[in-house]
Design a protein around this ligand. Structure first.
Ligand code: PLP
Length: 396
């Protein structure tokens, strides 16, 4: 009899978003016609920018004529796009070569696929609260997972210590869900720790474009020593509204070598075996993101979400509620008021003011008592949600 991967049985129900959907559905059934102010969503609400749309249209037309038609493109990504991304890094003073950049169909796909580079006996460190996919992908592979809890005492940005020793170290900065961003000094501690222990850091930079403080690192490769211990996984989802269009990129330095094997070369072997690459059309659209016009336009969209963040954090400031994030990240992570638990606060906001957020407990046990707001919603809903929060909690 076929033995399936029995580790699937070890997965905990991904009950967070399922449970939220159930609760909101039940509310709408008993309150027909009610409007919900969805401050929990991790999806963007603005359309793709004009430069990208034009490039996508043009690429569709390319496929219509024999002279411009493209069949298979490189599994590693269109050279034009890889060069544009490497140039984007170089413009920020980082020295990367085009062949250290790989195009992907998004960070989620890549975060799962990249684990092919590691032995199944490797252990994985997950700093919690965390994006749930890190844990689940490693449970599926049967890896040992080391959970490192973080909290308000360290601003949700823990330093490494002997309990954090692992082969694979996940770092997400700016963080989902906490919105906290590691400083250069803090990241340097992790880079030194990884090099000292021969670990590899999987640096999830899905939200790097939201960093506005110049002294905060947008890439782990801004840190000396990172090229020998880190892989950076990036996404155009939140940077440029590609959540439904799907495109990302990954940087694997050639200097990243363990036990005589070069991760960059291994990834070339992996990609040329397991994929035929990302759609030509989508990659042409993605290339437009890295033009001057594209960069200006995506900045405008990011600015829109940042204004949403200011509206929500303004309400929390008024209420004296502790939070982090929101400035260099699209997420705001707040302490539930009056000692409420995460789900208790969820129910309270849903029932009293129809505001829907995400309970912190869903991102790991140390998230209990915290709550996440996203800033990707519409302006009208964000303004109204902020007003309702102040009215509800202002008197308590
Ligand atoms: N990494 C983090 C931290 C995320 O929050 C998300 C999406 O919400 C992803 C990766 C996935 O991004 P993508 O849409 O590129 O798959």
């Amino acid at each position: 009899m076929t033995t399936p991967n029995m580790h699937y049985a070890d997965l905990k129900d991904s009950y967070l978003f399922f449970h939220i959907a159930q609760k909101t559905k039940a509310f709408l059934e008993t309150h027909p016609g009610a409007h919900l102010y969805r401050m929990g969503i991790g999806d963007v609400s603005l359309p793709l920018c004009d430069a990208v749309i034009k490039a996508l249209h043009k690429a569709v037309d390319d496929q219509a004529a024999k002279e411009t038609f493209h069949g298979y493109v490189s599994e590693l990504g269109l050279l034009e796009l890889r060069m544009a991304i490497a140039e984007h890094y170089r413009n920020r003073g980082l020295d990367l070569s085009d062949d250290e950049v790989f195009v992907s169909s998004g960070a989620s796909d890549e975060l799962g696929d990249i684990l092919d580079l590691f032995d199944r006996s490797s252990s994985a460190l997950v700093i919690e609260p965390a994006y749930p996919a890190y844990v689940d992908a490693n449970v599926i592979a049967g890896r040992e997972i080391i959970h490192l809890a973080s909290g308000r005492d360290n601003g949700f940005l823990p330093s490494p210590d002997s309990s954090a020793k692992a082969d694979i170290i996940y770092i997400c900065s700016p963080n989902n869900p906490t919105g906290a961003v590691f400083s250069r000094k803090q990241l340097k501690e992790w880079v030194d720790f990884a090099n000292a222990n021969s670990s590899v850091i999987l640096f999830d930079a899905a939200y790097e474009a939201f960093i506005e403080d110049d002294d905060l690192p947008r890439s782990i490769f801004e840190i000396e020593g990172a090229k020998t211990c880190a892989i950076e996984i990036c996404s155009l989802s939140k940077t440029a509204g590609f959540t439904g269009t799907r495109l990302g990129y990954t940087v694997i330095p050639k200097d990243l070598v363990r036990k005589g094997l070069c991760f960059n070369e291994m990834w070339i072997r992996n990609r040329t075996t397991k994929t035929n690459g990302v759609s030509y059309i989508i990659q042409k659209g993605g290339t437009a993101v890295f033009t001057e016009e594209g960069q200006r336009q995506i900045r405008e969209n990011i600015g829109f979400y940042k204004e949403n963040a200011r509206i929500l954090t303004g309400a929390l400031d008024k209420l004296g509620i502790w939070y982090c994030g929101g400035k260099n990240a699209p997420y705001i992570w707040l302490r539930c008021p009056d000692g409420m638990g995460s789900w208790e606060f969820f129910d309270y906001l849903l029932n009293e003011i129809q505001v829907v957020g995400t309970p912190g407990e869903g991102f790991g046990a140390c998230g209990e008592g915290y709550f996440r707001f996203s800033t990707f919603g519409s302006r009208e809903d964000t303004v109204e949600a902020a007003k309702r929060l102040v009215n509800l909690l202002g008197g308590s």
